[in-house]
Design a protein around this ligand. Structure first.
Ligand SMILES: Cc1cc2nc3c(=O)[nH]c(=O)nc-3n(C[C@H](O)[C@H](O)[C@H](O)COP(=O)(O)O)c2cc1C
Length: 267
């Protein structure tokens, strides 16, 4: 048998991954909770609720006195961590997400204070991510909440418009949410995000005319440069001795994403 000299060249092209969305929300009287529960059913996104560390506070009592004091403290000193009310620890790894949808009530023209606390501590970790904003208010316009979101997530890639749902519209939220997802092109946003990253767990080795995949995979296909599929297998160890010299694209489907590598066969 002729000796094959196989060279593996040009490591990696783009990996298309299933982009993940996180919904992070705060809700005092559960309007936002109702909204995001519907949003989650429409998107399948992960969801996390922000909880104040002090339980049982009535932010609306005495003409919204506590809520008003919390917002004033932040307005007076927005760069000081001490201005923000405590929240319970949040078990979430933002690195896992490509898009974050922030949902919060409006308090005195601003974003409700506990949500501001979360963003004050985590907004920088959302740099470069797609950010969607959903605001619930009785009647006030939401530009102040949008300004808070931009201040607290300075490098977020905000999608527009934000979704404003009045308290009285909460029970009709489903169609408003569906329209908004359509408007921002949610499906395109989350399926077209590509990351050019190395997949350390996925390598191809070529030895004695056989391609081996290191790592778990569903299928491997080889394409010629005209795009024609010349081989496909779900078994490891595909013989390629029958293939002519030239460059081929090997696509490994891991079940979660596709890893592409170029292979050059020289005889
Ligand atoms: C402290 C506080 C301040 C509020 N300030 C306003 C306001 O200025 N304008 C307004 O339209 N609604 C205001 N609201 C009403 C809430 O934005 C509205 O009821 C929202 O739907 C509550 O969402 P939630 O049920 O998820 O907490 C305020 C509510 C609270 C508790």
């Amino acid at each position: 048998m002729k000796k094959l000299i196989l060279t593996l060249v040009v490591a990696l092209t783009a990996i298309t991954i299933n982009a993940k969305t996180l919904i992070v929300y705060y809700s005092f009287t559960n309007n936002v909770h109702t909204i995001v529960t519907d949003l989650q059913s429409q998107t399948g996104a992960d969801m996390v609720r922000i909880e104040p560390s002090e339980e049982g506070l009535d932010y609306a009592a005495n003409n919204y006195a506590i809520g008003s004091a919390l917002i004033s403290a932040i307005r007076n000193n927005p760069d000081d961590a001490a201005s923000y009310p405590g929240i319970k620890p949040v078990d979430v790894n933002l690195d896992e997400y490509d898009m974050v949808i922030v949902a919060a009530p409006l308090w005195w023209s601003n974003m409700a204070a506990p949500m501001q606390t979360f963003l004050f501590h985590n907004g920088a970790k959302m740099a470069g991510k797609k950010i969607g904003l959903i605001v619930s208010s009785a009647s006030s316009g939401i530009s102040g909440v949008e300004a808070d979101a931009h201040r607290l997530i300075p490098d977020g890639d905000f999608v527009t418009p934000s979704l404003w749902i009045r308290s009285s519209q909460t029970s009709n939220g489903h169609s408003l949410i569906a329209n908004w997802l359509e408007q921002i092109g949610y499906n395109t946003l989350t399926s077209a995000i590509e990351s050019v990253a190395t997949d350390k767990d996925m390598n191809i080795n070529v030895s004695s005319g056989i391609i081996y995949v290191d790592g778990e995979f569903d299928s491997l296909a080889l394409y010629n440069l005209s795009g024609g599929k010349v081989l496909e297998s779900s078994q490891n160890g595909i013989g390629i001795t029958a293939l002519a010299s030239g460059i081929y694209l090997a696509q490994i489907n891991t079940g979660k994403h596709t890893v592409s590598r170029k292979i050059m066969i020289n005889r």
